[in-house]
Design a protein around this ligand. Sequence first.
Ligand SMILES: *Cc1c(COP(=O)(O)O)cnc(C)c1O
Length: 403
Amino acid sequence: MDQEIQDLISLETKRQNEGIELIASENYTSKEIREACGSILTNKYAEGYPHKRYYGGCQNVDAIELLAIQRVCQLFNAKFANVQPHSGSQANAAAYHALLPKGGKILSLVLNDGGHLTHGSPVSFSSHLYQFIHYPLNSMGKLDYDEILKIAQQEKPDLILAGYSAYPYAIDFAQFKNICNVIGCYFMVDMAHIAGLVAAKKHQNPVLYADIVTSTTHKTLRGPRGGIILTNNENLIKKINSAVFPYYQGGPLEHIIAAKAICFKEASSAEFVKYIDCVIKNTKACRDELFKMHAVVSDTDNHLFLLNTLDSYQLTGLQAQMLLEEAGITTNKNMIPNDTLTPKETSGLRIGFAAITTRGCTQEEAKKIAYLIHRILSKEMTSKEAKKQVLALTKNWKKIEEL
Ligand SMILES: *Cc1c(COP(=O)(O)O)cnc(C)c1O
């Protein structure tokens, strides 16, 4: 009936199948998850929470939402969960609202060092409703807990925020919790990027330390596009629930909540642990190969690393992103710690392996990709030549439709 949209989805399927997707925040969902997203559950209004809805006919969506809550609590060892946030940003908005009065003071990472827009950017609601102050990374691009404590003692925030969009190292939540205890403030973790690693027990679990943990479900967790909020505090879950609905959102997306429930089941399997293990190994393999070729790269403990394109290839992040895109390799420009350029240009790229590992990328292939990136950015290979090699690589991998 709608040929225009059908054709565009077909083109996007082709793009996803034929490209090397290295955007660290993306992934490919299973067919089961996509089917739930496209199911008849989208027809149902269910404002409120299971057994406390504003509409009739909610018995089935109640059971679905309760299952999602039960599974996510078990997966992350949490007592309480809200699975309704439409995205990670909505989850953060609701979490701030549950913890702080308007104007409350939040200490978060310098945005250019890897923070998210909702962590106090001038273009986000967050900076308009709350007062943000920031801690920087040290000259090695790492968290400096002594420095964070010092800033916290001077500034006396109401809340300290950890969890980032472009931080390639493990985060020590226990140290953050100690700092919060010294100051007597709340501790919140936004684990949007590393939720899959936490689920697979390849990263410290923030639920053990933080008052509130927020996350997306569509990054390393490999679920549908959406958000979640976790806590062990019975008083806080009540505030979280009323912050999500009715304060920030209307009717929940029960089709997406069903897909989240499937995602939590998948993420608790032995296969998922193996997958996350491969993601970490592939990321390290690509990073080490670039390092061997004298590129300036961060190290990595997780699913991503940063490539300094300015010092490595005399290219801005934007130029590098465009060159790679011509060859069918998708990345995103990213600020690197102590960046001298603007966020529109940047001095680097963020490179992640969560998505293509789902398609079956091996460590050998991750090294080949490093070689391709190096040859393209050094202009030793035209994008036409590179594109052929990209196609040959992606032919080996699982198709998006079959996953
Ligand atoms: C991706 C991300 C978010 C928000 O995700 P959306 O679903 O795009 O709103 C929040 N926090 C961090 C750290 C993220 O990386």
